[in-house]
Design a protein around this ligand. Structure first.
Ligand code: Z5A
Ligand code: MG
Length: 248
């Protein structure tokens, strides 16, 4: 099988510079004559994307389960076209992906906090609305990125960047929960061996972050793409099939 394109996801907290870095990477790939495609989630142009957009702008209310599944469906709408592009040799750069989907939903907490007593002080225990496992389930088997960047930005830097706080989820408390879920996802991806997870300091200047991204992407270009089929996220179907085979 000839080489295919690389699937690169850019993830991170709000205002960490994901869209800036996705565009910069596309420019560099084009300059290096690498066939490439720029996609973004949520894709607000599809019918599902329009429902998501309305929810994010607080124009409509949706149950937390429903909005989570819509975000995931918005990715599944494009899943086969991503695989097709990769197989045709196109490198796909994706601005936010399944990991944002899990992190933002699993980070949601109920407005009322339960408390626990620790000596004289009372410690708030946030009650999560959706479990991590529930949030991850609809993302299983989506095309797996070969390389994911997690852009880490401090709350102070994020706030100093334009537009912060205009949509849902854009507040410090939510962002801190999101950060914790991203860390858990990163550990899982690294230990699964499906794709590389690279954490970058996004407090740095745009140019410095851009260079770090390029340093990681360059080996894929030098190797003229990626060998082997597009892998799937958290895919246990092969393992399950092998276990089933033992009992036949
Ligand atoms: N969401 C979800 O819940 N579930 C899902 O499955 C998905 C998403 C996919 C909207 O996403 C919301 O949807 C988001 C997660 C949730 N919730 N929140 N909050 P979105 O991707 O549409 O959000 P956005 O409007 O694109 O914002 P963003 O992604 O947070 O921003 P960004 O792309 O990371 O940053 P940027 O646009 O590149 O840069 C922001 C500004 O900072 C801009 O003025 C830049 O010029 C500047 N900038 C960028 N980098 C730097 C550096 N290094 N130094 C200084 N200034 C910089
Ligand atoms: Mg963005």
């Amino acid at each position: 099988m000839s080489k295919r394109g690389a699937f690169i996801a850019i993830e991170g907290l709000d205002r960490s510079g994901k869209s800036t870095q996705a565009s910069a990477l596309i420019k560099r790939l084009e300059a290096a004559n690498v066939p490439c495609k720029h996609i973004k989630f949520p894709d607000r142009t599809t019918p599902i994307g329009k429902m998501i957009d309305s929810y994010l702008q607080s124009k409509t209310e949706l149950d937390d389960h429903v909005i989570h599944l819509l975000f995931s469906a918005n990715r599944w709408e494009l899943a086969s076209s991503i695989v097709k592009a990769l197989e045709e040799g196109t490198t796909v750069v994706c601005d936010r992906y399944a990991f944002s989907g899990i992190a933002f939903s699993a980070a949601k907490v109920l407005p009322r906090e339960t408390t626990s007593k620790d000596g004289d002080s009372t410690i708030p225990i946030p009650t999560h609305v959706l479990s991590y496992e529930w949030c991850r389930a609809p993302e299983i088997s989506l095309p797996a990125p070969d390389l994911t960047f997690l852009l880490e930005v401090s709350p102070e830097k994020a706030e100093s960047r334009g537009g912060y706080g205009e949509e849902r989820y854009e507040n410090k408390e939510v962002q801190e929960h999101v950060r914790q879920v991203f860390d858990r996802i990163g550990e899982e991806i690294e230990s699964s061996g499906v794709g590389k997870w690279v954490v970058l300091d996004a407090d740095l200047d745009k140019d410095e972050v851009e260079q770090s991204v390029w340093d990681e992407v360059k080996p894929f270009i030098e190797h003229m793409g990626v060998s082997g089929p597009v892998r799937k996220l958290w895919d246990k179907t092969r393992e399950a099939a092998m276990v089933d085979a033992l009992y036949i």
